[in-house]
Design a protein around this ligand. Structure first.
Ligand code: F6P
Length: 320
C-alpha cells in the first residue's frame, strides 16, 4: 500500500519538468498521499537530500523552465555501492514509491531500482530529445522545437540580408526529432539527420545550381547526433567556395517557459504516473500515443526508438 511517495527529476532538464512536478504533487495530495521532493536526481537520493512538498510548494511553477528540484547526471548511481546507499535512504525515509521524471538515463536508473532492488517506481517522460519508446511525445520537446525555430527565424533574417549559407546544429542526441521538425517549420533548405544519408555531393550540387539561378542564402539544419555544424560548413565552403557560417544552438534549447503542449502533456503524465503507483503498476512509464495514455515498462521505453522521419524528410526537400 502506497502512503508516501518521492519525486525527482534527473538528467538534462527540459521545459515542462516543473509542470510535471506540480502534477505529481497535486495528484498525490488529491489521493491523500504524502509527497516529498528529492533534490538533484539520483545524486540527491544517495545524499538524502529531501524536501517536504505541499500544495503551495508547487504554486506558480507551471510556467517556469528548469526544475525546482534541480537535476543531475549521477555517476555514483551507476555503481552498486551508490545504488545500495540510495535504497537505504529510501527505506530510512519510508518512501513507498518513486516518480522519476526524465529521459532514458533516468528510466535506466528506474529499471535498476525496480528490477534489482525491488523499489516501486514509475516514470514520466521528460526530455527535449523525444527519443523514448511508448510515447509520441516527451515533455520539453515541443518547447525545444519552438525555441530552435525562433532562433532559426532570426538567422534567416541575417542569412537573406547577407546572402550566406548557414549551418545550424540542434540538440537531440541520436534523435533527429528537433532537427526534422524545426527544418520543416522553419522552411530550411536542407536537413541532416540520423537515418538519412549525408550526401555532400547532392547538397553542394543543389547549392551551386541554386546560386546560378540567384538563390544565394541557405539554411541547413544538422542534428548533433549525425554531424557537427563546423565540419558541414567547412565541407560546403570547400566544395562550393561560398561563404558559410555555422551556429550551434546548444543549451538555449533546454530553457524557457514551456509551451501549452508541454504543460498539458506534463499535467496528464504526472497524474498518470501517480495513478500507476496507486494501482501497483511498478517499473513502468506513462506515455501518450495518438493522444491517449499509454503505459510501457522501463525496459521497452529505453530501447532504441525505431522512428522513421522519411516522410517529413522528403517533404522538407519538396518544399525547398
Ligand atoms: O538529453 C538532453 C540533451 O540536451 C541532449 O539533447 C544533449 O545532447 C545533452 O542533453 C547535453 O547534455 P549536457 O547538458 O550534459 O551537456
Amino acid at each position: 500500500m502506497i502512503k508516501k511517495i518521492g519525486v525527482l527529476t534527473s538528467g538534462g532538464d527540459a521545459p515542462g519538468m516543473n509542470a510535471a512536478i506540480r502534477s505529481v504533487v497535486r495528484s498525490a495530495l488529491f489521493n491523500k498521499l504524502e509527497v516529498v521532493g528529492i533534490l538533484r536526481g539520483y545524486d540527491g537520493l544517495i545524499n538524502d537530500e529531501f524536501i517536504e512538498l505541499n500544495h503551495r510548494s508547487v504554486s506558480n511553477i507551471i510556467n517556469r523552465g528548469g526544475t525546482i528540484l534541480k537535476t543531475a547526471r549521477s555517476e555514483r548511481f551507476m555503481t552498486e555501492e551508490g545504488q545500495k546507499l540510495a535504497v537505504e535512504v529510501i527505506k530510512k525515509n519510508k518512501i513507498d514509491g518513486l516518480v522519476l521524471i526524465g529521459g532514458d538515463g533516468t528510466y535506466r536508473g528506474g529499471n535498476v531500482l525496480f528490477s534489482k532492488w525491488k523499489i516501486p517506481c514509475v516514470g514520466v517522460p521528460c526530455t527535449i530529445d523525444n527519443d523514448l519508446n511508448g510515447t509520441d511525445f516527451t515533455i520539453g520537446s515541443d518547447t525545444a522545437v519552438n525555441t530552435a525555430l525562433d532562433a532559426i527565424d532570426k538567422i534567416r533574417d541575417t542569412a537573406t540580408s547577407m546572402e550566406r549559407i548557414f549551418v545550424v546544429e540542434v540538440m537531440g542526441r541520436e534523435s533527429g526529432y528537433i532537427a526534422i521538425n524545426v527544418a520543416l517549420a522553419g522552411g530550411a533548405e536542407d536537413v541532416i539527420i540520423p537515418g538519412e544519408k549525408l550526401d555532400y555531393e547532392r547538397m553542394c550540387h543543389e547549392i551551386v545550381n541554386g546560386n546560378v539561378r540567384g538563390k544565394i542564402s541557405w539554411i541547413i539544419i544538422v542534428a548533433e547526433g549525425k554531424a557537427k555544424a563546423h565540419e558541414v560548413a567547412q565541407e560546403i565552403n570547400q566544395r562550393t567556395d561560398l561563404e558559410t557560417r555555422e551556429v550551434i544552438l546548444g543549451h538555449v534549447q533546454r530553457g524557457g517557459s514551456p509551451s501549452a503542449t508541454d504543460r498539458i502533456g506534463a499535467s496528464r503524465l504526472g497524474a498518470a504516473a501517480v495513478d500507476l503507483l496507486i494501482k501497483g503498476e511498478f517499473g513502468k512509464a506513462a506515455g501518450i500515443v495518438a493522444d491517449k495514455l499509454n503505459i510501457v515498462d522501463f525496459e521497452t521505453a529505453v530501447r532504441k526508438k525505431e522512428v522513421s522521419f522519411d516522410g517529413l524528410y522528403r517533404l522538407v526537400k519538396i518544399l525547398t
